[in-house]
Design a binder for this molecule. Structure first.
Ligand code: GDP
Ligand code: GDP
Length: 437
């Protein structure tokens, strides 16, 4: 189920990022503490009245080919129009209505988008009448806020949530494996998808996805149904957008949301880039199963150690995802293409795998017998009982006498034991410690 997208637009200095941080709350700080997790600040998750959504601060997007402020804002607004379900248009209540505000307002009207107008920097009640001149922009929902003090943001979120689309039911049946193909521009994503389609001689009929401009491509191979989600987004060659790295990350985010398995394409000929790490981090955080595909292997000068070296490099860059298998392929020559879908199926099965409580506890017991949890300050850790509470990804609650006593590295150890023993290979596992005396 993919989350709706809310985008914040407005000219510089009106307080977009302050508002963004306000809505995103503490999430960003938490996310930044974890290794391997994206530090990208332009999007976060928001929650209000039991509804979750992705929040984008378009102010954080940078475009290569602009020096004019107005052009810059126009691009941001275009993106928001394209990507978002609801737009929060921020203006500065203290400086009054400007020509740029009017222009952005016009764009939003023309696009016929759901817009909530946030008149910001109204820090005191006595400023609140400054809101009236902004009605001229012609939006129905106009809310006075102070992002600095946090006032008005509740009312703002009420309106935003009121505009969110109904949550859609799952578009494909349970047995269909939803796959996204992710990677930087030019790593060979389209070539890979075309190869998969060609290689499998299958029913190929792009179907218009129910999500905005998404086009999904179904494939049936070896009796298994797959759907490659958002092939449109993948092929998209946005004139301006292609140049902005954060935009690519954003697109990936949406595709990842909609998939069970992420094929993360790396460029064997040109190496691993920082952006790859960000995108992979999103897939990991979202709890998707992942297959690394090192493409363009035909174009690599190889000896008998090259593959091993590259494998180590992948493991090193993506050390937080050691569960993900790595394939070396060429979309151009077709080398090892036939391994891709079977591998996707394998990790998808692990991702959806459910083990019985008795088997689970047997494995935990064996693991703790062979390597007992170390005592902390003379206190013994007791592992009492485990149960799997969810799939996709497999999520396991372990009851212990005191979660504080269990060292991070021991959790890692248990995770690896579970993965090896229980058929969870290729998928992240969520382990949660709960206290029970
Ligand atoms: P952005 O460029 O639109 O993202 O704007 P920022 O969030 O960076 O804010 C620009 C400036 O306005 C900063 O100095 C903020 O502290 C200030 N600012 C943001 N929100 C408010 C507010 O509600 N009241 C006041 N007085 N200042 C604010
Ligand atoms: P995308 O932007 O990730 O979808 O990448 P494309 O599929 O459009 O490929 C980008 C470029 O890389 C094109 O010129 C392809 O012909 C080339 N390419 C893709 N796969 C391979 C491969 O396996 N080997 C080689 N040598 N080139 C490839």
């Amino acid at each position: 189920m993919s989350l709706p997208v809310v985008a914040i637009v407005g000219r510089p200095n009106v307080g977009k990022s302050t508002l963004f941080n306000r809505i995103a709350g503490e999430r960003i700080a938490i996310v930044e503490d974890k290794p391997g997790i994206t530090r990208d600040r332009i999007y976060s998750k928001g929650d209000w009245s039991g509804q979750s959504f992705h929040l984008i601060d378009t102010g954080g997007l940078e475009f290569d080919d602009q020096d004019q402020v107005i052009e810059h804002i126009r691009h941001q607004a275009e993106l928001a129009i394209e990507e978002a379900d609801v737009i929060v248009f921020v203006v500065d209540g203290r400086s009054g209505l400007t020509a740029t505000d009017r222009e952005v307002g016009l764009m939003l009207h023309r696009a016929d988008k759901k817009v909530v107008l946030a008149v910001n920097k109204l820090d005191h009640l006595k400023h609140h009448e400054d809101i009236y001149e902004f009605y001229e922009l012609g939006f129905e929902k106009v809310i006075a806020v102070s992002s600095l003090h946090g006032t008005g943001s509740g009312d703002l979120l009420d309106e935003v949530v009121g505009y969110l689309p109904e949550r859609k039911e799952e578009e494909y049946d349970e047995d269909t494996i939803r796959v996204s193909v992710i990677g930087r521009p030019n790593v060979g994503k389209s070539s890979l998808v075309n190869r998969l389609l060609g290689a499998e001689r299958v029913i190929v009929s792009p179907v218009a996805g129910t999500t905005r401009d998404a086009v999904d491509t179904p494939i049936r191979a070896h009796g298994q149904d797959y759907v490659i989600v958002d092939t449109a987004g993948m092929r998209k060659r946005g004139k301006v957008y292609e140049s902005t790295e954060k935009y690519s990350v954003l697109r990936a985010l949406r595709a990842i949301e909609r998939s069970d398995v992420v094929i993360m394409v790396l460029d064997g000929a040109n190496g691993i880039a920082e952006q790859d790490k960000k995108v992979a981090g999103i897939a990991h955080e979202a709890g998707r199963a992942v297959v690394f595909v090192v493409n363009k292997w035909d174009a690599v000068d190889k000896d008998d150690k090259t593959m091993k070296r590259f494998r180590l490099e992948v493991e090193d860059h993506f050390s937080f995802m050691s569960y993900a298998p790595i394939l070396f392929i060429s979309a151009k020559t077709g080398q090892r293409i036939h391994q891709v879908l079977p591998k996707v199926k394998e990790v998808a099965e692990a991702h959806a795998h459910r083990v019985s409580t008795s088997v689970l506890n047997q494995v935990i017991q064996d693991a703790t017998m062979s390597t007992p949890p170390p005592s902390v300050k003379g206190k013994r850790v007791k592992i009492l009982y485990a149960t799997q509470v969810a799939v996709k990804p497999p999520s396991i609650v372990i009851f212990v006498n005191d979660p504080e006593l269990v060292h991070f590295s021991y959790v890692r150890y248990l995770e690896n034991q579970l993965r090896e023993s229980l058929g969870f290979e290729g998928t992240p596992i969520r382990l949660m410690l709960r206290s029970r005396k």
